[in-house]
Design a protein around this ligand. Structure first.
Ligand code: PLP
Length: 354
């Protein structure tokens, strides 16, 4: 089967990176105990503990929706609430799974600039009501990097966790692209999580170059009580667990997790640099991870689609481009060239929308 030209509509259009694939293949020799009682799962868990420089509890789930939902459910009771940004994946793209798996814990949405929560916004939501008729705030969830490709600086995370501690809130991090944030800031995973006050992290493997799988890391081990039962009940306990854990060994021990992310980030910057300042195109958010969002009139988007490009517009109405571990720089340049052409040609006859 011939493959189609690369698209940048989503980072999960990509395939499996060689390091993850090799570990899967190595795991595919002979038999091993089921349900996580195998050596690959122990080794992957230890690789996380080494990378994060702490003795955290580690669990594996099939995807990010389950990881986020089960993690959040473990941080609160059904009568509690979870504060998130208005652009958060848990709010906009998980079909109510966090509420479902927590038996009704309500998401409280805070207004945000491109998906970034602030201590002030958290405080305002958490303290707006304290009466018995409203679900009690118990958790804050941040997405690192945000759905718009922005990265929280360490100082910003520390300020958020300080408010959380003051108000008695647990702090969860949706790290579906956690590696991209680490590559962007060049800081250690420990500094970005438990040293900054994060209690639980969902670390995304799928968008980082695996076939499937997310890891849930509890830095506050008390919060992990009975989490294994929660995963099983939710249908997230893999019987052949080694095929969910082995790729993590490949990713973490080889350093591919960070290389892959660094490459995606570099491709995003490569596109941004080539289209910056073009007439009629606006890069909507600071490019700090592997995403570039471009605002343009509908006719230009149609012209871009005519040239064969696929992209989504569900965040903020602009065209979203996401770069994965395998993004081809020449293909990025082709996209930039098409955008340049569309900007120059169309500007002469496309009327701005009234
Ligand atoms: C992709 C993504 C997830 C996980 O999505 P699944 O499709 O359930 O794996 C979670 N959070 C964010 C911010 C994402 O981009």
């Amino acid at each position: 089967m011939t493959s189609e030209p690369q698209q940048f509509a989503s980072d999960n259009y990509s395939g499996i990176c060689p390091e993850a694939w090799a570990a899967m293949e190595e795991a595919n020799h002979g038999h091993a105990p089921a349900y996580g009682d195998d050596l690959w799962t122990a080794r992957a868990s230890d690789a996380f503990r080494t990378l994060f420089e702490t003795d955290c509890e580690v669990f594996f789930a099939f995807n990010g929706t389950a990881a986020n939902s089960l993690a959040l459910a473990s941080l609160c009771q059904s009568y509690h609430s979870v504060i998130c940004s208005d652009a958060a994946h848990v709010e906009t793209d998980e079909c109510g799974a966090p509420e479902f798996f927590s038996n009704g814990s309500k998401l409280l949405v805070a207004p945000s600039e491109g998906g970034k929560l602030t201590p002030e916004a958290i405080r305002a939501v958490a303290t707006a009501r304290s009466d018995i008729h409203f679900p009690k705030a118990r958790v804050v969830t941040v997405t690192q990097p945000t759905e718009t490709g922005q990265v929280y600086e360490l100082d910003e995370l520390r300020a958020i966790s300080a408010v959380c501690r003051e108000l008695g809130l647990n702090l969860h991090m949706d790290g579906a692209r956690f590696a991209n944030a680490c590559a962007s800031l060049g800081c250690s995973p420990a500094d970005m999580t438990w040293r900054a006050g994060v209690d639980v992290l969902c670390f995304g493997g799928t968008k980082n170059g695996m076939a499937a799988g997310e890891a849930i890391l509890f830095f506050n081990r008390k919060l992990a009580e009975d989490f294994d039962y929660r995963c099983k009940q939710a249908g997230q306990l893999a019987s052949k667990m080694r095929f969910l854990s082995a790729p993590w060994v490949g990713m973490l021990e080889s350093g591919a997790w960070l290389r892959n992310a660094g490459h995606g980030n570099a491709c995003a910057r490569r596109l941004q640099q080539q289209i910056a300042g073009l007439p009629g195109l606006e890069v909507m958010f600071p490019v700090q991870a592997n995403a570039v969002f471009v605002r343009m009139v509908e006719q230009r988007m149609a012209a871009l689609r005519d040239r064969g490009w696929r992209f989504y517009t569900f965040i903020g109405g602009g065209a979203r481009f996401m770069f994965a571990w395998d993004a081809e720089p020449q293909r990025v340049d082709q996209l930039a060239a098409d955008l340049r052409q569309i900007a120059s040609v169309a500007a002469t006859f496309i009327q701005p929308r009234a």
